[in-house]
Design a protein around this ligand. Structure first.
Ligand SMILES: Nc1ncnc2c1ncn2[C@@H]1O[C@H](COP(=O)(O)OP(=O)(O)OP(=O)(O)O)[C@@H](O)[C@H]1O
Ligand SMILES: [Mg+2]
Length: 246
């Protein structure tokens, strides 16, 4: 069965896009066929992979101008559905139509068998794009930045996932909570401990350390393995991929 995983947190800057790209690449390096979907109107994921100004993006899918997902081949087994900045203009018109919530699911139902993993980079909101992602997903990774107030709002994310599971998609599970941008400060350790106390084995054993190479890589439009394969960032995302595959 194809794993369809939403990378989620409605809080901004928790490492969703960084995780989407680098986990996808690590899984692909381990032999998995990958589809990455950019669902964020900021289009950071597409930009970080150097895919910009595409004429066909996820916007045209939600506008019903395309009948299938516009898939760009980064390599033979690593594909991307890009977003563009005009995605934000599509959102208001979608709420009034119940079918709008199922667009991504119905599109993925047709091509998911071509992939081992589909990773969906969600926007920092729990709006209709995120709801499309959850309805289509078999799992969710919640990225938690090891910082003050990181745990606030996690109950909101959990409640949304529970409500989607009860009403719309009984396949969805929380695959795990991922600690990101950890460092040696006391607050970082406190947050990590508190998260493990609260969510126990749901927290991935692998944590993503703060690592400037990860920030630089996206600025230079590369994944971490192309930019700096010796970095902590590369090590951590490879370990996460291995943990997910066991
Ligand atoms: N482990 C890390 N170490 C250092 N910098 C990081 C790390 N992870 C992410 N960053 C940087 O932090 C910023 C936010 O990360 P990212 O864009 O992945 O978060 P996001 O959750 O996708 O944000 P948004 O909610 O805006 O979509 C980026 O500049 C990114 O390069
Ligand atoms: Mg992002």
């Amino acid at each position: 069965m194809t794993n369809i995983i939403s990378i989620l947190n409605h809080k901004g800057g928790t490492g969703k896009t960084t995780t989407s790209i680098n986990l996808a690449k690590a899984l692909n390096m381990l032999g998995q066929r990958l589809l990455l979907i950019d669902l964020d109107p900021q289009a950071n994921l597409s930009q970080s992979l150097g895919i910009e100004d595409e004429s066909e993006t996820i916007s045209e899918v939600f506008e019903r101008k395309l009948q299938q997902l516009p898939v760009k081949k980064i390599s033979d087994s690593f594909h991307l559905v890009p977003a563009s900045l005009d995605l934000s203009a599509v959102e208001p018109g979608m709420y009034s139509n119940i079918d709008s919530y199922f667009v991504l699911k119905s599109m993925l139902d047709r091509l998911k068998d071509d992939y081992d993993f589909v990773l969906i980079d969600c926007p920092p909101s729990l709006g209709i794009f995120t709801q499309n992602a959850l309805i289509a997903s078999t799992g969710v990774i919640i990225t938690v930045q090891a910082q003050f107030l990181a745990l606030k709002g996690l109950d909101t994310v959990y409640n949304l996932i529970t409500s989607v599971r009860e009403k719309l998609n009984n396949k969805i599970v929380v695959a795990g909570l991922l600690l990101t941008q950890t460092n040696h400060t006391r607050i970082s350790k406190d947050i990590s401990n508190k998260l493990r106390e609260t969510f126990k084995e749901k927290v991935f054993a692998t944590t993503i350390r703060q690592n400037v190479s990860l920030a630089e890589a996206s600025a230079y439009r590369k994944d971490i393995f192309a930019y700096n394969p010796e970095s902590f960032g590369a090590t951590d995302y490879m370990n996460l991929a291995k943990e997910i595959l066991v």
